[in-house]
Structures are given as C-alpha cells and as structure tokens.
Design a protein around this ligand. Structure first.
Ligand code: SF4
Length: 702
C-alpha cells in the first residue's frame, strides 16, 4: 500500500476545545490515508495528543451506521431507505406536535459538529418545524462559563489567548487536569520562560498537580470559600488595582460581603491553614506580577460553578489582571466546537450571539435569514435537565438526539432508561449504531463523522478554524448538514433554508448575522481566508479601521477596560457557598470524584474506543482509584474487584491503589458506561450545569 501522500490539506481536530490543526495526507483520490500535526499553526505549534494522532481510526470502525435503521413491531432494528426514514420522522414528529403541541418534542445535540450544522439544526427545529426546546451536551461542559461571563462581562467572552499560558508569572489552575485534559495547552505552559509559579488547586494530586510548583489539596468543593478568602485578604491589605476596580460595578457590596470570609473563617471548609491561605493571597496579588486564573470541569461541573467562576473573575478584576498579556479569568472549555455552540446553536441563545428575548435581535436575525420574524420564538429553550424532567413527566413525547450519547454521559444516567419508556418516538442521529443512546432509539439516522464533511469549529481562545471532507462516509450515511436539509424538505419548510446550500454558504449567512455583536466576524471572507490566516479569533469586524486585527495577530479581550454590559463596566457578583448536595454518611461513607482519566480517550469512548492504538493506552475495564489507607481498612489489594454503589445505582470496578486521592475520597474516570449510574443529579441554579464531581458512595469487595 502506497503511504506517500499525493496531496495534503489541513483540518482542526474533532475532539477537545484546544483546536489543534492537523495536516491530512491524501491519496490521488483525495482520501485521507494518514495525518501529522501542523507545524505552523499558532495553537498547537506542531504537536498533537494521542487522540489527534489517531483521528482517522474511528472512521473505519465496523459499527458505523451506514443505513437508516427503523425499529419494527417486533422490536428489531431493520434497514430502511432514506425516503422511508424521512417519511417516518416527519409523520411521527408532526403527529406528536398536532396532538400535544410545540413543547412535546425536543432535541439534544452536541459540541462536536461544525457550527454551520448546529445553527441549521436550531433554525430548522425552531423556525421551520415550529418547536421550542433544544439543548446540547455543551450544558454538561461549559454552560457555567457561559453564564458566568454573560453575567459578569455582558457577553459570553473568554478574554484570553493561548499566548497567555506563556506570558504569565503566576498561573492558578482550579479543577483543571490540564496535563491530560488539554495536553497541548500544558505544553504551552511548559514553554513559559518567565519562571512562573504554577499553582494547582484540586482535591486529587492529579498529573497536573504533580507537575506544578505548588499543589493545594483542597477539600472537595472548598474552592468558592477559598476564593472569597483570597479576595478578603487582598482587599484588607490594599493590594487591589484602583483603575481596574473603577471599571467594575459592585465593589463596595463585594467588600462588605467578604468581611465574613477571613482565612480563619474558611480554614475548616477548605482544609487549609490560615497561613497557607494568607500566603496564597499574597502570591496572587503581588504588584507587577502577571496572574492568570484557569478553570475547567472541576469548576464548571458544580452545583455552584457560576459563582466559583465569578469569584475568579472578581479576583482578576480587583487586582487588574485582565486585558493584559499573561492575565485573565479563563475558562478552558471541553469540546472542539464548544464556542461555536455557545454563539450559534440557537438553543438557549439566538444564533449569531443574540438573545431570543430581545425584539430587535429577532428582527435582525429574521431579516438576515430572510424568514418571517414571527417564526422566531421570544422564549429560550428549556435546559437539558428540564427537557429530560419534562420527558420523565410525559410532557415531552418525541426526542431527537444528535451526535451525543446521554444514555452514558448524563448525570444519574439510570433515569434515562425509565424515561425511555415514556417517549413515543426517539430518534438518534449518529456515526455509530452501537452507542447506548442509538441502541435505545426507534429510528437511527446514519451520519458522517469528522473527516467526512466541511465546516468550522471555534476553540477555547475564540479561534475559528476549518475542517475538511477527506473521506467518503460509509454506505448511505450523510453529513448532518445534508440530513437536516432533507428533513426541511420533507417537513415542508425547505424554502426557508434555500440559502443554506452548503456549509460555506451557511457560514456566510451566519457571519453576516454577527455584525455589531461582540462576536462580529464580518471581516472574514470565507474558509480560504481562515486557512490562510492560521485561524481567526473573534472579534474580526469588517469596518472598524484600526480596531481590526492584523493577520495572525493574537488578541485578548478587554485591553481597553470596556465590557459588554450596558454601562460598559464589569459586574462583581457573589453569593454565599452552599452545602454539598449529597455529603457522605455511614451508609455511603466515601466521596466519589469523577473526571477524565487519560489523554487517550474522549468522553464516552464512542469514537476513541474504536482505535486499537488508543485502547492499548487505556484499561478497557473500569478501575477506581482508592487511597492505600482506605484499601487496607477494607482489606483490598491492587486489582481486587469491588462494587461501588450510590443511592442511585451500582457498578463494578478494579482497585487501583492511589495515594493521589485522599482517604475518604475515590476517583472514577468518566469513560466507563456505568459511572453515571452513581452520580447525583444536582445542578448549578444559574447555568443548569450538572454537578458531576462529588457524590456519596459505598465500596465493598466482591
Ligand atoms: Fe489537540 Fe485536543 Fe485534538 Fe488532542 S484532542 S490533538 S489536544 S485538539
């Protein structure tokens, strides 16, 4: 077999929000035969993690969905034509709508598809089909960051650029195991030549904590109290930045609130001594030092994630660590297109960085898309958990799941099996017919995957990059874009989407909608320009003269001290820490932490689990990290089989003796299907993001 490429092209990796660019090696027919990381791209600088290197493997898997499958009266899934699949889809969804109304059908989509497809889905479902409720798995990932930024800055605006990893003097990571969750970004930290202090605040001695200059093994969910105590000390000692505070609202109220959060008052809750808290406060407020705050899922996936994120934002604002090199309160999101979903998916926000509630936004979007303004609802969608609760109550009867696997990934996942019985019609649109969700479906629509279609992703630092079709989807599987256009025609609203001829035409429509919004990208001509410029960070307006960034320039937000709120000032927001939703007791004496276990697997393993190489890098049988002292007390040895149980379910795993978890705590990687049978369904009240990180469990030998 010839391995020398005839051509090459580039594509953004389709897993995490780092947004590495890969160089795809093509044969004479334009089919990808191999890949390597792209050397000149400003994100990954020639590096990729194992998932990126093996990105082509999942396309060749034997369990690809190649034809539509429909459940027959005997319960068997049988192949059908696209014509029959589309007829079934529209007939049954329309019947539910006629009988039960527009609130009776919902979709659950993803941060894994290009934003052109996300937006088409949201526009078709709401404006064309006339339904109201749809959400994405981004609710599990970065809804907290979105809400925190919107409330504090007036727009969902991560302020940083990846160069800040290299330009910071003090980097504080909270709830972020960057080494394995975003390994290329960790390499950017390692390129920092300023001899930085790298502080990791995490209950576990994670890979990142072990590589840091300081690890603070905080008590689980002691982070919010600790952040308040740091701000208390900084204000008490006058180590604030008056100029930056003048650009905020609510400083007096914050200072009064923080009176109760002295180091002595929070020491017990955080598990830290007063001296340790005072020393940390000193480190993060040293005059002349560039301090950056970074968080990932340990904060986002929490019952008080929004206020925790905002406590970091507050610290950045009161110390003047924002809008300058090496600073910021910076959310590193999870999925390849998380930022695209945030701006364009048309779920809880109106596409193009708008809001459903504002009449002028609806009028602008309607005019841009050439559709009647009455077709755009003024209400936002229910959030993911509310959609599932409505399905449990029998109010939602039809559910359409696109490129996500909630039967594995949703918190307290056992509930979905009971909920399944309540649904009249479950459609799953996916690359594979084998996921837990696809196996529960009435209809499976076979979709092309990454590498089999065109479009754009937007990464964590707001950089738009393109992905390319370098393989033919198997069988009669189609891109999500094609499937959605076929559904539009079958539904009878195809005319409304006549301008959405292909992904790049959709890109131009959506680009024009962003005019005068903070995420204005009207200066981008098209895909070729994005590739030529090494990706483009928003904002990139067409007509702002000197404000328009130069090609290749990395740019952070708020260097002018002007925020997106009506007053132009950032808001300092806070509220008292809440109690753990489910603490340990005598029946369930261990606190279970969950999270990413490896850089070689992605989420539910539905794609990365198809790669022989990636499987060899990670145990296929579930393991649980147990502190040796707890293991000794329970008579457990390395690799003993154990049962882990919570009030909601149980699972089996093998013991991995790990002094990296504290006594009384356990850690399970999220990649195994049974893990979320255990997790406790509690949610942040502002963002509705699930609290995956702490619940009470029991452990026993089997
Ligand atoms: Fe880069 Fe993330 Fe892809 Fe790994 S998974 S290659 S870190 S984008």
């Amino acid at each position: 077999k010839r391995l020398k490429p005839a051509f090459t092209t580039t594509s953004i990796c389709g897993y995490c929000a780092t947004g590495c660019q890969l160089k795809l090696h093509l044969d004479e027919e334009g089919r990808a035969i191999n890949l390597s990381p792209q050397a000149g791209y400003p994100v990954n600088l020639g590096m990729a993690c194992p998932k990126g290197w093996q990105a082509l493997d999942p396309l060749d898997s034997a369990d690809r969905a190649t034809v539509p499958l429909l459940r027959d009266p005997d319960g068997k899934m049988v192949p059908v034509s696209w014509a029959e699949a589309l007829e079934t889809f529209t007939t049954r969804m329309k019947a539910i709508k006629e009988q039960h109304g527009r609130d009776a059908v919902a979709f659950l989509s993803t941060g894994q598809i290009p934003f052109e497809e996300m937006s088409l889905l949201g526009c078709l479902f709401k404006f064309g089909m006339g339904f109201l409720h749809g959400d994405a798995n981004t609710r599990q990932c970065m809804a907290t960051a979105v809400t925190a930024y919107k409330q504090s800055f007036g727009f969902d605006a991560p302020p940083y650029t990846y160069a800040d990893f290299e330009e910071s003097d003090v980097l504080v990571f909270i709830g972020s195991n960057l080494c394995i969750a975003h390994p290329i970004l960790w390499q950017r930290v390692m390129r920092n030549k300023r001899n930085p202090k790298i502080i990791v605040i995490d209950p576990r001695a994670t890979e990142t904590a072990q590589a840091a200059t300081q690890h603070i093994a905080l008590k689980p969910k002691g982070d919010l109290a600790l952040l308040y105590a740091l701000a208390h000390c900084i204000i008490r000692d006058g180590r604030t930045d008056a100029e930056s505070i003048a650009r905020t609202e609510g400083f007096e109220e914050l200072a009064a609130f923080l009176q109760d959060y002295s180091p002595a008052a929070v020491a017990e809750r955080t598990g830290m001594s007063v001296e340790e808290i005072e020393a940390l406060a000193h480190t993060v407020s040293e005059p002349g030092k560039r301090v950056s705050w970074w968080w990932t899922m340990g904060v986002n996936q929490s019952y008080e994630g929004v206020r925790t994120a905002q406590a970091m934002i507050n610290l950045a604002l009161i110390t003047g660590n924002i809008g300058k090199p090496g600073t910021g309160a910076n959310s590193i999101t999870g999925q390849c297109n998380a930022m695209g979903s945030r701006l364009f998916s048309n779920t809880t926000s109106l596409t193009g960085g708008h809001e459903f509630a504002y009449a002028e936004h609806r009028e602008k979007v309607a005019a841009g898309l050439g559709i009647p303004v009455e077709s755009i609802p003024s209400e936002a969608s229910m959030a993911y958990d509310q959609i599932l609760a409505a399905a449990e109550e029998g109010k939602i009867k039809g559910l359409w799941i696109i490129a996500t696997n909630p039967f594995h990934s949703w918190i307290d996942s056992g509930r979905l099996e009971a909920l399944r019985e309540k649904l009249e019609f479950l459609v799953v649109q996916d690359m594979y017919h084998s996921t837990e969700s696809a196996r529960a479906a009435d209809l499976v629509l076979p979709a092309a995957g990454w590498g089999e279609k065109d479009g754009c992703f937007i990464n964590s630092e707001r950089r738009i990059g393109t992905l390319k079709k370098v393989r033919q989807a198997p069988g009669i599987a189609l891109s999500d874009f094609r499937i959605l256009r076929l559904i539009a025609n079958a539904w009878g609203c195809g005319e409304m989407f006549a301008k959405w001829t292909d992904p790049e035409a959709a890109f131009r429509l959506l680009r024009d909608l962003t005019k005068d919004r903070p995420c204005d990208i009207t200066g981008i001509e098209g895909y070729e320009m994005i590739d030529r410029m090494g990706g483009i960070q928003w904002p990139f307006p067409a007509d702002r003269g000197e404000d328009r960034p130069a090609p290749g320039e990395e740019r952070r937000l708020f260097s002018d001290g002007i925020y997106y709120t009506p007053s132009g000032k950032a808001k300092l927001l806070f509220s008292p820490p809440a109690e753990l939703p489910e603490d340990t007791d005598s029946a369930y004496p261990y606190l279970l932490l969950t999270g990413r276990g490896t850089s070689s697997q992605w989420h539910t393993q539905s794609r990365t689990g198809k790669s022989d190489i990636l499987r060899k890098l990670y145990p296929q049988e579930a393991y649980i990290e147990v502190n040796p002292a707890d293991a000794a007390r329970l008579g457990l040895k390395e690799h003993d089989p154990v049962q882990v149980s919570s009030r909601r379910g149980e699972m089996q795993a093998f013991v991995y003796l790990a002094p990296t978890v504290k006594p009384g705590q356990l850690f399970l990687p999220m990649h195994y299907p049974e893990v979320n049978r255990l997790t406790h369904p509690s949610f942040d009240p502002h963002s509705r993001q699930p609290n995956y990180k702490a619940c009470a469990v029991a452990l026993k030998k089997v």
